[in-house]
Ligand binder design. Structure first.
Ligand code: ADP
Length: 394
């Protein structure tokens, strides 16, 4: 069974082709048409990456090109495009309705469209991509896997904002949480690595966007992102949580409007806003030794993660494992070491040598540490393959 996994952004399309039963990745790549000319990069398993520049402006052209390339050449991973039995789409927002992946129907598409107001960059792109695949692969099952779904198990207390009841009731204002496909994968992988399922896990997904979740026995009980992916931790360009009173003050007294706040908090804050150097943690760390703003940016970043670990440990009543994943979490031994300093009181003691030298997936806690510290290479695409298989099997 061959499954294609698609992750559509406003001007990018990432894809991977799987032999689904063996969970074997046959090819993966991306097309970015924000750049002019558009850039294609992809590779077949164990082969060198192919890069090309294309005159592509729209997702349907990108998809036609991807399908063409997957079928061309002597070692083509697809003999015929109709070999693709299912296409699994990452959809950022599933709203209050979806707590698991679903087969895409006209009704599901309508709901994804209605939720565009909550995910304006992502849901419309997913919808467009779904519509193209329905046309070019009419025989393939289309499945939507939602980034919000893993957090559907949050208790009412954990998901409800203390705001007027009508906001919650009429406008569905609540905490949804995001990065669920990654948190879900890491929860499963951590259980495999530790060798049991009844676990209290804290998962830190630290990429350009960053979020944490608290997971008890495989079910998510808390998460740091909320109604939008702006809540919680400090990120590359996003502020994370700020006092809502600050927004009222800025609107009333400093001449900012909704668009100005959006731009500042989503695109000009976080590591970039504080350091003035970059949104890229590597560059901020490189500037750290003699740049006080870069130092402050890293200090805030780490402080917020540690604060959230404390809050989640309280929610869980203890910790059996702390997981680091995504760009910063998987690659930065320095950030991991700073986050884990003096967390022995929670049963988390890092092996400094293991932290500096081991590659994901690895346990970097000291052998005597009561709780494990894991570094896991996240696989959102595999979560989508598994969800798609589960749906097709049922
Ligand atoms: P996205 O959220 O876009 O999927 P990634 O998970 O790839 O992003 O994470 C990107 C972030 O990871 C960037 O801020 C980058 O600086 C950071 N990163 C990647 N490698 C390292 C490294 N070796 N040290 C520190 N940060 C790193």
């Amino acid at each position: 069974m061959k499954f294609l996994v698609c992750n559509a952004g406003s001007s990018t399309l990432k894809f991977s082709l799987f032999e689904a039963e063996r969970e074997e990745l046959l090819a993966d790549g991306s097309i970015d048409w924000a750049a002019k000319p558009a850039r294609l990069r992809w590779r077949r398993a164990a082969q060198v990456e192919v890069r090309a520049e294309l005159t592509i402006e729209r997702p349907d052209e990108a998809i036609a090109r991807i399908l063409h390339d997957l079928q061309s050449g002597p070692s083509a991973p697809l003999r015929d495009k109709d070999d693709v039995q299912a296409v699994g789409h990452r959809v950022v927002h599933g709203g209050p309705r979806y707590s698991a992946a679903v087969r895409i129907t006209p009704d599901v598409k309508r709901t994804i469209g209605e939720l565009s107001e909550l995910a304006p960059l992502h849901n419309p792109a997913s919808l467009e991509c779904i519509t193209v695949f329905e046309r070019v692969l009419p025989g393939a099952a289309q499945v939507a896997a939602f980034d919000t779904a893993f957090h559907a198990t949050l208790s009412e207390a954990a998901r409800t904002y203390p705001v007027p009841r009508a906001w919650t009731r009429d406008w569905h204002v609540r905490r949804y949480g995001f990065h669920g496909l990654s948190h879900s994968y890491c929860a499963g992988r951590a259980a495999e690595m530790i060798g049991r399922k009844n676990l209290r896990l804290i998962i830190a997904h630290l990429g350009n966007g960053a979020s944490m979740s608290a997971v008890r026995d495989g079910r998510c009980v808390d998460t740091s992102m909320g109604f939008t992916p702006l809540e919680g931790l400090m990120m590359g360009t996003r502020s994370g949580t700020v006092d809502p009173g600050l927004l009222i003050y800025l609107l009333r007294h400093k001449g900012l409007d909704a668009d100005g706040l959006d731009r500042a908090l989503n695109h000009e804050s976080g590591l970039l806003g504080v350091s003035g150097v970059s949104s890229d943690m590597r560059q901020v760390l490189a500037a750290f030794p003699d740049n006080p703003e870069a130092r402050l940016a890293v200090d805030i970043y780490v402080h917020r993660i540690r604060q959230t670990i404390g809050a989640m440990a309280a929610t869980l009543g203890g910790v059996d494992g702390l997981v680091f994943t995504a760009g910063v979490g998987e690659n930065s031994a320095e950030i991991r070491a700073r986050v884990c300093a003096d967390l022995g009181f929670l049963g988390l003691t890092m092996d400094q040598q293991a932290n500096a030298s081991r590659r994901p997936d690895a346990d970097i806690a000291s052998p005597a540490s009561p709780a494990r510290i894991l570094v896991i290479g996240t696989r959102e695409d595999l979560t989508i393959v598994r969800e798609t298989r589960r749906l097709l099997g049922s």
